[in-house]
Design a protein around this ligand. Structure first.
Ligand SMILES: Nc1ncnc2c1ncn2[C@@H]1O[C@H](COP(=O)(O)OP(=O)(O)O)[C@@H](O)[C@H]1O
Ligand SMILES: [Mg+2]
Length: 283
């Protein structure tokens, strides 16, 4: 289960991405990046954020804490921006919160080398969940207190946008090649063999079960072709298990892409400011 908080103030919109997340204060004195179920992309991106985010966390990858955030749309009443007002009005009840990392930098692959071990693990994970949104144009990685964090997993598990097709042909997602050509860490010398050795055995039924259990029923209810939220959860677990078991179909492609990647985009100069990334983060 994710921790649950109640929003008490809208602070400001975050306009870097496309979905207009909002920075909000909550009743626990915390500040959260809130992603709204009433945004154009709908609730499925929030489901993907939770399942992939919790899966990454279970694999030891750094992801800001996820919470559910209760929203009273009245909080948007005084907002001068019509788009924000509308978004809040359309998002009563449960929304998704990420622990806000104040002052975090967008990860710049030209300035910081994350190292083969970390790069391999992130690429392996992105291949598993089919993340199409970690390119060098839009890294969806943050740098905070010298440690990298993974964010924005809304564009993963894309099979759920067509459940009928996924149920009819589960092998299609399981075996689909992962296009790593634009991945931000492709030129960082990712060690995919080490990642596979370290991570594959961690993707257990227990971990997948915990990740899908963290999704609120409300975001799974009413899915066509399923008899309730738990059936949808089981389908996610089946799809991800099949994907894991089909690594021979997609992992060699990533390995080959990494081996053939030119290092042009890679770090050639000393990081500025001069420090090395700390990973895993110091606790
Ligand atoms: N936990 C966080 N802490 C600090 N900044 C964040 C956090 N999450 C997102 N951001 C900032 O907000 C931007 C948009 O968030 P993101 O999850 O990528 O949403 P989008 O779907 O709009 O791309 C990010 O590029 C980043 O700059
Ligand atoms: Mg983004």
């Amino acid at each position: 289960m994710l921790r649950h908080v109640t929003a008490i103030r809208y602070v400001t919109p975050l306009r870097e991405g496309g979905s207009l997340p909002g920075l909000m204060e909550a009743d626990d004195l915390g500040t959260y990046v809130v992603k709204f179920h009433g945004a154009g992309q709908g609730r499925k991106v929030l489901v993907a954020e939770i399942i992939s985010g919790e899966l990454a966390r279970g694999l030891g990858l750094p992801v800001p804490e996820l919470t559910t955030v209760d929203l009273d749309p009245e909080l948007g009443r005084a907002e001068p921006d019509q788009e924000v007002q509308e978004l809040l009005r359309n998002s009563p009840g449960l929304n998704l919160g990420l622990d806000f990392l104040p002052g975090a930098l967008d990860f710049d692959p030209v300035a910081f080398s994350p190292g083969p071990e970390f790069a391999g693990r992130v690429l392996w994970f992105d291949g598993l969940v089919g993340n199409v949104d970690r390119s060098w144009r839009n890294t969806n990685m943050l740098l905070w207190h010298r440690s990298p964090y993974l964010i924005d997993h809304g564009a993963t598990l894309i099979f759920h946008h067509n459940w009928a097709g996924a149920l009819a042909n589960p092998a299609a997602f399981a075996t689909r090649a992962y296009d790593a050509a634009d991945h931000v860490l492709l030129t960082a010398g990712p060690d995919l063999d080490a990642a596979d050795t370290e991570l594959a055995h961690l993707v257990t039924g227990e971990l997948l079960g915990a990740a899908v259990a963290a999704v609120p029923d409300a975001w799974l209810a009413g899915e066509l072709g399923f008899d309730g939220p738990d059936e949808v959860r089981e389908a996610y677990v089946r799809q991800l298990t099949a994907r894991l078991d089909a690594r021979d179909a997609w992992l060699p492609g990533i390995r080959a892409a990494a081996a053939g990647a030119d290092g042009n985009r890679q770090v050639t100069r000393a990081p500025n400011p001069p420090f090395t990334l700390t990973w895993p983060p110091r606790s």
